[in-house]
Design a protein around this ligand. Structure first.
Ligand SMILES: Nc1ncnc2c1ncn2[C@@H]1O[C@H](COP(=O)(O)OP(=O)(O)O)[C@@H](O)[C@H]1O
Ligand SMILES: [Mg+2]
Length: 478
């Protein structure tokens, strides 16, 4: 007899001698397996009445145990499940680690009075296995640094929060997100029904913690399959004062964005998609990217960077991505003219550029509608290369040219660099005169000017002398 049959017949025998319980409703059958795990895996239960229940249940038999367990589950335990796609997923993981760290360091103390309180302080369960999460951060000097954090790994953990024990189960599903190749994950938090209120506090704490770690920072998102993922660590907000545009221009844009953000009901009442598109164009190095970053910081927005020439990005995926931009996040499409330039040329692997079509981009931009405000920014160095269809009103509502440095900007930028050491403005007068003598007003970018000032850091005379060299470069180019 083949062994498999042997096995089957012994199972059969077992069932015959011990009997199969009558058909139980599926709702009763399901939790019994997991509840046993919970009962035996949870120090709170093993320490007290949980044990008694198990013992009692064992005495009255299998079926009673199942029934009892189910009752316990339904009456006494509540659970909350969070999937990986939820914004709260990351917060909760980090909160758990932070809370546990604080607890083991003795910062968080429960209420120690009463039986439950005493019992609770006896057990401060540990996180058994941790997962290493790292993120590369680019430092201003160009080098990179890796920040890491430890979060609860897969499996079950028990955590004490106030006087409640919370069983945490981080599970990886068998199915994969086909687009990103990452497995689906869920965390479920289970606690006693009597302690259900702790969840509200816990989630609030987790959210506050997440906000705090973001305070004063701008998160950049990039598309990763069909998801937006933070790109590196959040960056320090760029102060809006650090970007010097033509007189009144910053205020003009800021006022427009702010009035848009304030007119949510106006849009919704009229059935107009609640979004606004901006195009910043002009020569390179005039502060287009810098301004958008500073604006995001000023408005407390994050930035989702869209790269339409990305390999493997299709019209469908693009539409999907634009439909699920994280909240308080503006969409940024840099160098919009370059997106469709290299379509026809194929690389050595026979790959012919992006798979997003121009009409796919238009449709995706039009489809960027949600009940939340949506800000879309496009930048280009070559507005003449942009298709009219892309920049028609409704897609682009405000188009602004950022030009080379005007007198006002040169003077403001000077102040930012030498304001403190050039109190009498002698240096500034000489510098402005030199700029005019060489006819450089409106001929040099703010980036070039910044370069000159950086080169002559705290040396006003050096800056004045450098104007001649700058002029030489400018006139050689043109
Ligand atoms: N208007 C400006 N004000 C302050 N800094 C500027 C300005 N324009 C350019 N810069 C500086 O020059 C560099 C390049 O600017 P960037 O914003 O990338 O220009 P663009 O996107 O227009 O090509 C940045 O380091 C930025 O700080
Ligand atoms: Mg740029």
């Amino acid at each position: 007899m083949p062994p498999s049959q042997d096995n089957n017949s012994s199972v059969q025998q077992l069932l015959e001698t011990h009997g199969v319980p009558d058909k139980l409703p599926t709702s009763q059958v399901k939790p019994s397996g997991s509840i046993l795990d919970q009962l035996t895996g949870n120090p709170f239960f093993t320490a007290g009445f949980g044990l008694a229940i198990i013992a009692a249940a064992a005495a009255t038999g299998q079926r009673a145990l199942r029934y009892g367990a189910d009752l316990l589950y339904r009456r006494m335990l509540v659970d909350v499940e969070i999937t990986r796609n939820d914004e709260a997923y990351g917060w909760i993981l980090h909160w758990i680690s932070a809370h546990h760290k604080a607890q083991t360091a003795g910062i968080v103390k429960g209420n120690n009075s009463g039986f439950v309180g005493k019992l609770a302080t006896k057990f401060t369960p540990g996180l058994h296995h941790l997962q290493f999460q790292s993120a590369k951060v680019r430092l201003p000097d160009g080098s990179t640094k890796t920040n890491f954090s430890l979060v609860p790994g897969l499996g079950r953990h028990i955590l004490r929060y106030r006087n409640a024990f919370i069983s945490i189960n981080r599970q990886r599903e068998k199915s994969f997100d086909l687009a990103t190749g990452t497995p689906f994950e869920t965390i479920s938090l289970t606690t006693l029904y009597a302690h259900r209120n702790v969840f509200t506090d816990l989630f609030q704490e987790a959210q506050v913690l997440a906000r705090k770690s973001q305070e004063g920072k701008t998160t950049m998102f990039t598309a990763w399959g069909t998801e937006w993922k933070p790109f590196g660590e959040p960056k320090r907000k760029r102060p809006i004062d650090s970007v010097v545009l033509e007189e009144g221009m910053k205020e003009h844009i800021l006022k427009d964005v702010q009035s848009f953000l304030d007119s949510r009901t106006w849009y919704l009442d009229r059935g107009i998609p609640y979004r606004r598109g901006y195009l910043l164009h002009g020569p390179p190095g005039t502060g287009k990217s810098s301004f958008i970053q500073a604006l995001a910081g000023e408005l407390d927005f994050n930035i989702a960077i869209l790269n339409v020439s990305e390999r493997g990005l299709t019209d469908d995926r693009l539409a999907h991505l634009l439909g699920k931009v994280p909240s308080r996040t503006m969409v940024l499409l840099e160098d919009a003219d370059a997106a469709f330039v290299n379509r026809k040329q194929s690389d050595s692997e026979g790959y012919s550029g992006a798979t997003v079509t121009f009409s796919g981009l238009l449709n995706a931009l039009d489809g960027v509608a949600s009940s939340e405000e949506r800000l879309v920014f496009l930048t280009t160095n070559h507005i003449e290369r942009l298709d009219d269809a892309l920049i028609r009103p409704g897609r682009i509502d405000m188009s602004l040219r950022l030009g080379n440095a005007k007198e006002y900007q040169i003077s403001r930028l000077w102040d930012r660099f030498y304001g403190e050491i050039d109190g009498q403005e002698q240096g500034k007068v000489q510098f402005m005169q030199a700029i005019k003598d060489f006819g450089l007003v409106g001929k040099i970018s703010t980036a070039a000017l910044q370069g000159l000032f950086l080169y002559n850091k705290s040396d006003t005379q050096g800056a004045v002398r450098s104007v001649a060299a700058l002029a030489e470069v400018v006139y050689k180019k043109s």
